[in-house]
Design a protein around this ligand. Structure first.
Ligand SMILES: Cc1ncc(COP(=O)(O)O)c(C=O)c1O
Length: 390
């Protein structure tokens, strides 16, 4: 079955008992046992629930993997993976990871002796550091949040797997519709399903998909032992949202690319980035490993903090909000919102300056979105998209 069909039918079969076409929500904390220790497959929702089983089947299928474990949110999925490490283990990580990924290493797991070394994985020399440093885990994110750097997952995975080193890819920005890290050689594909996979900004979720039986055991253990499970209702919402992933992603991509092209011609911006814009520094890699560039556009305004703030606050359709990947357009100011947890020097080292803006382009009419951006620029005293100064 093709992706679109699997999104609607794998793990989405009618309920066996009643024939309900939409699966029921198993809103239960516990399950009656037949005899002590003899269950019907479930004992307690922290360690499993039919809604998790169904969603795991759907997401494993869409990522092209054998196993999936679902979590309460993306950070819970990240916690599950890091919790498998031991004191003294080294993680070799891409330097432009999501702010809270940086924070959980720095403020939580480094206390327990997990070491992290950040490198720029778009540079060839970083591939050599995999063999030299022999880390316990390579941590990638592609496209990265918010710079949209594209890392060559296949090349990095080849080098790491030759040394027996597992590679994790945070696939949140691409979604499995546009990128499937396991097919490119990664060991683990992690997503915040809060974003594109659910797509409606109405719940939180996370997932780790793998083909490796041992990793799957570790993920299930972390789910129950650390208490990282989602609620059955949230799992059900993700399962409902994911059915339309393909259609949504096509429209996100088309709208985002049209907006990126439009912004690229504007005097208000220093640069604009979208993976499928030919000016993107890793355009060739993006075209090779992604089927589409997704819905995020990152740009740096030629403006100070005051004007940038006026721009992001002055938009009408784009809501000023954290998060991304929903059908509605959102705008984020990373330096003061999503990436504020990264100290300024580290933030600026990867390019997160005060003029940086991240757009999560929704599936509204693209001309309405362009009109909104134009008005926002003029409101901030910047040249509008038609080219004229305010
Ligand atoms: C790339 C990436 N990974 C992980 C997360 C964390 O996901 P959640 O907010 O569902 O915990 C986010 C959230 O923005 C993200 O952008």
């Amino acid at each position: 079955m093709e992706f679109e069909t699997r999104a609607i039918h794998v793990g989405q079969e009618p309920d066996e008992q009643t024939g309900a076409v939409m699966p029921p929500i198993y809103a239960t904390s516990t399950f009656a046992q037949i005899r002590p220790g003899e269950t019907r497959g479930y004992d307690y929702t922290r360690s499993g629930n039919p809604n998790f089983t169904r969603l795991g089947r759907t997401l494993a299928s869409l990522e092209g993997g054998r196993h999936a474990t679902v979590f309460a949110n993306g950070m819970a999925a990240i916690t599950a993976v890091i919790s498998t490490l031991s004191s003294g283990d080294l993680v070799l990580a891409e330097e432009n990871v999501y702010g809270c990924t940086f924070r959980i290493f720095a403020r939580v797991f480094e206390k327990f002796g997990v070491r992290v070394q950040y490198v720029d994985f778009t540079e060839r020399a970083s591939l050599d550091s995999i063999a030299r440093e022999a880390p316990a885990l390579v941590w990638l994110e592609s496209p990265t949040n918010p710079m949209l750097k594209i890392l060559d997952i296949a090349a990095i995975s080849r080098v790491a797997s030759a040394q027996g080193i597992p590679v994790l890819v945070d696939n949140t920005f691409a979604s499995p519709y546009f990128q499937r890290p396991l097919e490119l050689g990664a060991t683990l594909s992690l997503s915040s399903t809060t974003k594109y996979v659910n797509g409606h900004s109405d719940c939180l979720g996370g997932v780790v998909v793998t083909n490796d039986d041992e990793w799957q055991e570790k993920m299930l253990f972390a789910q129950k032992a650390v208490g990282l499970n989602p609620s059955p209702f949230d799992a059900w919402l993700v399962q409902r949202g994911v059915k339309t992933l393909a259609l949504r992603m096509q429209k996100h991509h088309a709208n985002a690319l049209a907006i990126a092209e439009r912004l690229e011609g504007s005097r208000a911006v220093k640069w604009v980035r979208h993976p499928f814009l030919p000016s993107h520094p890793q355009y060739e890699v993006a075209r090779r490993q992604m089927h589409g560039g997704s819905g995020i556009v990152t740009l740096e305004l030629d403006a100070d903090l005051e004007r940038t703030t006026a721009f992001v606050s002055g938009l009408g359709i784009f809501a000023l909000a954290e998060s991304l990947g929903g059908i509605e357009s959102l705008v984020d100011h990373p330096a003061s919102m999503t990436h504020a947890s990264i100290p300024r020097p580290e933030r600026e080292k990867v390019g997160i300056f005060d003029g940086l803006v991240r757009l999560s382009v929704g599936i509204e009419d693209v001309d309405d979105l362009i009109g909104d951006l134009d008005r926002g620029l003029r409101h901030a005293g910047l040249p509008g998209l038609a080219g004229g100064a305010a």
